[in-house]
Ligand binder design. Structure first.
Ligand code: ATP
Length: 144
């Protein structure tokens, strides 16, 4: 039986980060709507997510037609396309989506997202770099 969309997650931007996140949610039994404007990206994930749609998420009408406004949880995984990240995120805030997770590629990008009112801003490269530093230090200690 289809779960209602409040349980499902919309993932906007299906690059390395967004695709990995979407597939992990699917593996854990969460329904996922994936959105990306690049045809090859959409084709690669076709059949692997509950729904995959080729669309530009910066369009208000596009997001409304896809029902994104009804999702309780939305991830904005657009990175280097700063303008697209900010436009999409501000539309989601305007729709009243409660649980927005947005990826930032720089401290400045993260600051803007936080100022807009995004509750969860994540910095994958920065945080993974820090994490790997601890792993590197740990593995060095294995050799001394
Ligand atoms: P990653 O590290 O996750 O691969 P990145 O930081 O290099 O990504 P981008 O390439 O900017 O980030 O964006 C990730 C994905 O977001 C891409 O697949 C891109 O097509 C998609 N994207 C870009 N603009 C939009 C948009 N307007 N609407 C939806 N998705 C978009």
């Amino acid at each position: 039986p289809a779960r209602n969309s409040s349980d499902a997650v919309a993932v906007i931007g299906l690059g390395r980060f967004g695709a990995s996140l979407a597939l992990e949610l699917m593996a854990g039994g969460t329904e996922v709507l994936g959105i990306d404007p690049v045809e090859s990206v959409v084709q690669d994930l076709n059949g692997k997510l509950t729904h995959v749609v080729r669309a530009d998420a910066t369009g208000e009408e596009v997001l409304r037609q896809l029902g994104v406004a009804e999702y309780g949880r939305v991830v904005v995984a657009i990175g280097s396309h700063l303008e697209a990240s900010i436009l999409t995120t501000s539309l989601l805030l305007r729709f009243g989506v409660k649980d927005i997770w947005a990826k930032a590629v720089s401290e400045a990008h993260g600051t803007i997202l936080q100022q807009l009112g995004v509750p969860h801003v994540v910095f994958p490269e920065r945080d993974m770099g820090r994490r790997v530093a601890h792993l590197v230090r740990g593995s060095m200690q294995d050799y001394v």
